[in-house]
Write a protein that binds this ligand. Structure first.
Ligand SMILES: [Zn+2]
Ligand SMILES: [Zn+2]
Ligand SMILES: [Zn+2]
Length: 347
């Protein structure tokens, strides 16, 4: 009686263990486990008596060397959900070289199924045969050979080109010469750079109609009619001597505040003085003294000065020295359409 109880307990324990293992592996508990235990009635059930393989599928699932399960086609003699390919079980079948990939194989620890994988091609082992540095006119050449497979490889780097500068010799004679190779450029071809063409204390204004057009007289200074009520960022070219575009004036309107700033295209423009004046209308402009001066780069509230009249005339005037041959300075071409739009803002 005691023995029978022990057997029943053993069967119950085994059944419980099988169920736990089945739950762990996510599979149905096979009926054969219980059958096997019943067949073994009268003996102590041992681990080896179960129908489970040594490698539980659930245990092998995390093994990085394991191949994905192939449940559709299991080996009939040793059923297992996933092959077991130990990471240290790979054997080289063919070594990789610098010309060809190699191959290695591994067999499943459970069923002996074999898989192969590629061993990546090796890098060539380069030895430099000849190296010719590039010069002003000749490309550089690198010829190298692989110590393993004798493959030869040739690479070119482009010629550097001359770097010319004016160089003075012992007698004070100036020549246009390459500072790398010493080549002297034909003097007729290389005209010496003309001296700077400085215009002194010239007037720079923001783009718009000239005062001459607006109120008569002889002053060409441009002014910029604008409506300062609409939020936004408004930019106007800066015109020097009524001939060159030398920078940009920017008016930022935000929350009823206005900020006026300007940027010059070249840091070689030397500004001596700057002024920012707003006029309420043409009469104020005509009077000349009725403008209100403000600072650049400072938020201002023009409605505090001009009330609800937001159509104003902005006068930006800079006095500056600049080189008219400065490459950053461009010829100014008038924009009649733009000026017509601006004139519409004048009451
Ligand atoms: Zn296998
Ligand atoms: Zn090689
Ligand atoms: Zn050179």
């Amino acid at each position: 009686m005691k023995f029978l109880l022990a057997c029943l307990l053993a069967v119950a324990l085994l059944f419980g263990a099988a169920r736990a293992a089945a739950e762990e592996s996510g599979a149905e508990a096979p009926v054969s486990v219980v059958d096997g235990a019943q067949d073994a009635e009268g003996t102590e059930p041992a681990a080896g008596d179960t129908a489970w393989p040594e490698n539980m599928p659930g245990e092998d699932a995390d093994d990085p060397g394991a191949e994905p399960a192939a449940p559709e086609d299991p080996e009939p003699d040793t059923p297992h959900e996933a092959h077991v390919f130990p990471e240290d079980g790979w054997t080289v079948r063919k070594e990789a070289t610098c010309l060809e990939a190699g191959e290695e194989f591994c067999v499943c620890a459970v069923c002996g199924e074999e898989i192969t994988r590629e061993i990546p091609k090796k890098d060539h082992v380069w030895k430099v045969l000849t190296l010719q540095e590039p010069t002003c006119t000749e490309p550089g050449v690198l010829v190298r050979v692989c110590a393993e497979c004798a493959l030869e490889d040739r690479q070119e780097t482009p010629a550097l080109g001359h770097i010319f500068d004016w160089v003075e010799d012992d007698r004070g004679h100036r020549e246009y010469q390459c500072v790398i190779c010493g080549l002297v450029e034909d003097m007729e071809e290389a005209e010496e750079a003309p001296p700077a063409n400085i215009l002194y204390n010239n007037t720079i204004t923001s783009f718009g109609p000239t005062t001459r057009e607006l109120i008569g007289g002889t002053v060409w200074n441009r002014v910029t009619p604008l409506d300062v009520s609409e939020a936004g960022v408004y930019t106007y070219p800066l015109i020097a001597s009524n001939r060159y575009t030398v920078g940009t004036a920017t008016v930022v309107v935000e929350d009823g505040w206005q900020t006026v700033s300007y940027q010059l295209n070249s840091d070689r423009i030397l500004v001596h003085s700057e002024s920012l004046v707003f006029y309420s209308d043409l009469d104020a402009l005509r009077a000349g003294t009725d403008g209100q001066a403000f600072d650049f780069d400072q938020p201002i509230r023009l409605t505090d000065t001009f009330g609800k009249d937001t159509r104003l005339i902005m006068g930006i005037t800079l006095k500056a020295d600049y080189d008219m041959d400065d490459p950053m300075i461009r010829w100014f071409s008038g924009d009649d359409e733009q000026i017509a739009l601006m004139n519409d803002l004048l009451d």
